[in-house]
Design a binder for this molecule. Sequence first.
Ligand code: AHR
Length: 496
Amino acid sequence: MATKHTAVLNADLTTGTINRNIYGHFAEHLGRCIYEGLWVGDNPEIQNTGGIRNDVLEALRNLNIPVLRWPGGCFADEYHWKDGVGPVESRKRMVNTHWGCVVEDNSFGTHEYMHLVELLGCEPYVNGNVGSGTVQEMSEWVEYMTFEGESPMANWRRENGREKPWKLKYFGVGNESWGCGGNMRPEYYADLYRQFQTYVRNYGDNKIYRIACGANVDDYRWTEVLMERAGNHMDGLSLHYYTYPGLWEDEKKPALQFDEGIWFETMFKAYFMDELITRHSKVMDKFDPKKRVGIILDEWGTWFGVEPGTNPGFLYQQSTMRDALVAGLHFNIFHNHNDRLHMANIAQTVNVLQAVALTDGPRMLLTPTYHVFEMYKVHQDAQQIQLNYDSPVYEMDGRSINQVSMTASKAADGTINLGICNVHHADAVSISIELRGQTFSSIEGRVLTSNELRDCNTFDNPEVVKPVPFTAFTLVDGVLRLDLPARSVTSLALKA
Ligand code: AHR
């Protein structure tokens, strides 16, 4: 049964710029993310550009990815970058202890990563090793990548085929230092952070935005200690939050086998992102009221059980409209935190967790999450527009959330773009939006939904869930009426 609902969009009232970096990505040496997902080396069966597979590259380029975080994740704190440069045949092999104990041959290293970000046209975000690395190792990596003059590391880079330094803006000092990155207490890490970051130098005009390791989910004390003891030495503080039904310590629930209750719980937990950012930001306000230090949400996304028959250490999961709605909800929430949230990176780009693309040898498919990134890319660097609404309530087992979540922004060419999520697993909803402050002569829309709750794209049938034109709207006397299908993400472009 459809519900009525009214909202007001004030097209002439802007509430800040939506940082394009919240549409960032994260690619780790984990499972088939880097190897096969992005890097195929000289495999003649998969078309590639200098080892980067073309199909994934093209798909990612279409998303205007602003930034790509690498090499981890937990892998970052056991990665020794020197093993990944120089002639490939003599690169050291290691065991990837976190992710399946597979052999890492280091064929994808700093040069290959920088080539990838150049092909993508995005910013690099390199995460350094604090857990098992040294100050010298981290310092020399930055020198290797960014020093232009004569120096041992810059000369070595030249020997390895790269004359000019790369531009490197974002650098993370450790990952999950409270857990896989060293099991540290915040007091201890804060001191280590101060020490390590001192030697993360700015060479020439390369100015590094230093990112300290932040909290695990709602560990507000970690944020407090870090801000108090090291806030002046950082530009960003990371935060990790994954959406999964059930408890972290329990076995993860399947990506494709879920019922309505699990669907609801997933949405409920996705909404928690708003509270999380708000509360961390409040703690930060105490030490940084002008909001100079950004929250860098460099790992977010769904975490479900691995696909049957795949390596449990590879975190390969399928994706449905449930994932697409987690993405849409998150983007809507991110837009409301544009004063503090400087970046967000989905975990992970290809073949791992809430990936935007999955590969199977030479085949590739785009997940429902990919389509949300694509539908929402118009919001990158746009001006957020004031949009007030009261959502109908979506209830289950005594818990309730908003059924509808919306966002609006104005692009540089004046187009107003709306993103609307109906998170209900089964109910369509009708809404009306009063458009104030501007009149519109043309409206175009697309909608992403699925016939069945658990539909997904497969290699044999890759276009089961994809956006289609949206025409279920009317515009009469400045009121836009929309009929939104159940479990849908809708994008609208309104032009004067
Ligand atoms: O994204 C998978 C893992 O999740 C990362 O390596 C780690 O940082 C987090 O626990």
